[in-house]
Design a protein around this ligand. Structure first.
Ligand SMILES: NC(=O)c1ccc[n+]([C@@H]2O[C@H](COP(=O)([O-])OP(=O)(O)OC[C@H]3O[C@@H](n4cnc5c(N)ncnc54)[C@H](O)[C@@H]3O)[C@@H](O)[C@H]2O)c1
Length: 223
């Protein structure tokens, strides 16, 4: 059994992770940390092999550092903070633990990013529209920034700005629209329930300890 601590356990994503970890046959919930529950991350590290963090842009870096220093693998889903600082922390950590980050744990969103790169080689001009619930703290989304990065690396030209829509009723959605001479091509992914992220989170929990590098970004690396 993999013992999993959840950081941000009282939040929308953290709550769904606790449920998924409890339901899977090879994982067990080792602790739920969240100021809303009166439990500090430091209190659950002793009993955990892996901690999954879905918190806030302000706290995710310190949380991941605390895990790595304690020799606990970190799976980070929080978006909107500087990944270069986290990479540096993970690569200089001597606790023997790995850090895995995914801006999006939904397989459909990862496939949208993969296909976008293939399209960009033939139709480079594109725009990204991302749509999320109105309590999301960061804009543009981590998924949109990562998609733009990957399309750019594949030779595409993502027009600025990335468009961010925030409305009640939405969960997490993204459209990539490519335009060429006399034609457009649109890709759209919709997470209509937070359960869409859970198979990816569980895959990361199972694989983070086997990764060859201290720091890895992107669910595609595990597929
Ligand atoms: N990677 C993905 O696939 C994915 C998917 C959805 C959301 N997200 C990201 O996950 C994050 C959380 O989203 P949410 O909708 O669950 O937010 P939320 O506001 O519902 O939950 C965040 C929780 O973190 C807690 N928290 C704050 N500081 C903390 C600390 N120091 N230690 C532990 N817990 C702390 C808060 O009390 C809250 O309960 C956001 O950054 C969001 O963008 C990522």
């Amino acid at each position: 059994m993999i013992k999993v601590g959840v950081s941000g356990a009282a939040g929308r994503m953290g709550d769904a992770v606790c449920e998924a970890v409890g339901a899977a046959e090879d994982t067990e919930l080792a602790g739920r940390a969240d100021p809303a529950l009166g439990v500090e991350l430091g209190e659950i590290l002793d009993g955990a092999d892996v901690v999954v963090d879905f918190t806030t842009p302000e706290t995710a870096l310190d949380n991941a550092r605390a895990c790595l220093e304690a020799g606990v693998h970190a799976v980070v889903g929080t978006t909107g903070f500087d990944l270069d600082q986290l990479r540096a922390a993970a690569e200089s950590s001597d606790g023997g633990a790995n850090c895995f980050v995914a801006p999006n744990f939904a397989i459909g969103a990862v496939l949208m990013m993969e296909v976008s790169q293939a399209i960009a080689a033939h139709m480079p001009e594109c725009e990204i529209v991302e749509l999320h619930h109105d309590r999301k703290l960061d804009a543009p989304s981590g998924t949109a920034k990562r998609t733009a990065e990957l399309i750019g690396a594949a030779g595409g030209n993502v027009h600025e700005p990335i468009h961010s829509v925030r409305l009640p009723g939405l969960v997490a959605h993204q459209e990539v629209i490519f335009g060429g001479e006399g034609q457009t091509l649109s890709l759209r992914h919709d997470s209509i329930d937070r359960r869409s992220f859970m198979p990816g989170v569980l895959l990361a929990v199972r694989e983070v300890g086997n990764l060859p590098d201290r720091f890895t970004v992107g669910l595609e690396k595990l597929l």
